[in-house]
Design a protein around this ligand. Structure first.
Ligand code: GLA
Length: 393
């Protein structure tokens, strides 16, 4: 009965077949009605600025979370996680409240969001699988939320637009997972398009799809396998510092702080708030420049911005860690690497490097060797092209 799990780099189609078969295995050989699928994301630049009304530039990656779904005649939502052999269920007719099972909370939070908006969610059976590494800063939780947001949107006929879905997922994360995240991850996993980076303006919610199709360039993701704990308090602390600095400076968000006036404005803040504010304001500027350089095909210039972003996250925002710093420092010295920095919330997780495709293999082995020698573990490294956001198949 137990089919072997697919390799982490399996293509999307193979994963869709896998969850369909796993559904039949689990539920008496009955076919699912459909499969909902959402990618992970990697942020190229624009880190810790989404909750400051900033600009971010993520891409969806070739790692996915999938759920094979079949409706039920009642209101029970039953989820079987085939990867970890877990199963849980709840009744969508009763009050949907946060659970002790953290993975189930993302699903419950989404279902509760639809119910709160007046769209009761009917019962269904689901078989769940994910090839997105967990805790790697690649938005496995946003992907899980998006998968079930699409399921609920389809089953309820609510017809919520992508932005509304992203906001609903963000709310699920705030209320049910206790993480006060910005909107980047949910927008990325829902709105990204194949062959493009998503330039998302978190102030007015506008998006621009920026082509990223140069065959000589590739996105390398280096998973340190050091786990971060966003809910652990540091993320929320950073948000509070930004709110405090905004308030002291008298702006409505750090997005509005004029970079030319930064030295004068920073003199009103203490050392910690100075550093946090300087990161946010300069990172927004870097992201703006990055979009222009990318459009001009200036990869060395873009890479330089990634390197500067890392220095700012490490020294001013203080959200990196020793292992990631070592990975980034190693990568930055290698031929064929345009730039490298930590990506995502930080405190572990992954680094992203923009590299010349022809040298990607050599670069990956050099990073692994160096880190293995110093820290006695081997980072997981893969390359990806920007892929499509969540959909139903
Ligand atoms: C996490 C959050 C995002 C964003 C990043 C940092 O991934 O979920 O909203 O704040 O950290 O850029």
């Amino acid at each position: 009965m137990n089919t072997p799990l697919p390799a982490p780099d399996s293509p999307k189609d193979a994963l869709v077949s896998f969850v369909r078969d796993a559904f039949k295995n689990r539920f008496s050989n009955v076919d699912p009605d459909f499969v909902s699928i959402a990618p992970g994301r990697v942020n190229i630049i624009g880190e810790h600025v989404d909750y400051n009304n900033g600009i971010v530039m993520p891409a969806a990656i070739e790692r996915w979370t999938l759920a094979a779904i079949r409706t039920r005649p009642d209101s029970i939502i039953r989820i079987h996680d085939v990867q970890f052999n877990l199963e849980a269920q709840f009744d969508a007719k009763e009050e949907v409240k946060p659970d002790t099972l953290s993975w189930l909370n993302y699903i419950k939070g989404v279902v509760a969001g639809f119910i709160r908006r007046g769209h009761p969610v009917p019962g269904f059976d689901a078989v769940l699988y994910s090839s997105i590494p967990h805790g790697a800063g690649l938005s496995s939780s946003a992907a899980l939320e998006a998968v079930f947001a699409l399921v609920a949107n389809k089953l309820t006929g609510a017809g919520l637009e992508p932005l509304e879905l992203a906001l609903l997922c963000q709310q699920a994360e705030h209320v049910f997972a206790g993480v006060p995240c910005g909107l980047m991850d949910q927008m990325a996993v829902i709105r990204c398009e194949e062959g493009h980076l998503l330039e998302f303006d978190c102030r007015d919610h506008s998006v621009e799809q920026i082509p990223f199709t140069d065959p000589n360039l590739t996105i390398m993701i280096i998973d340190s396998k050091v786990k971060h704990e966003l809910a652990g308090g540091e993320y929320a602390k950073r948000r509070r510092s930004c709110d405090l600095a905004t308030c002291i400076l008298g702006f409505s968000s750090l997005r509005d702080v004029p970079i030319d006036d930064l030295p004068r404005l920073l003199s009103h803040l203490d050392n910690t708030l100075t550093k946090r504010t300087r990161h946010v304001v300069t990172e927004i500027e870097r992201t703006r420049k990055a979009a222009l350089l990318l459009k001009a095909g200036d990869f060395p210039g873009l890479g330089q911005l990634l390197n500067e972003s890392h220095a700012s996250l490490k020294d001013d925002y203080e959200v990196s860690c020793e292992e990631i710093d070592a990975i980034v420092a190693t990568a930055q010295t290698l031929p064929g690497v345009y730039g490298c920095r930590m990506t995502g919330g930080g405190f572990g997780g992954s680094a992203i490097a923009l590299v010349r495709k022809s040298e990607a293999k050599e670069i990956a082995s050099r990073i692994q060797e160096t880190i293995q020698l110093k820290y006695h573990f081997k980072p997981e490294i893969f390359t990806t092209v920007p892929t499509n956001g969540a959909c139903i198949v």
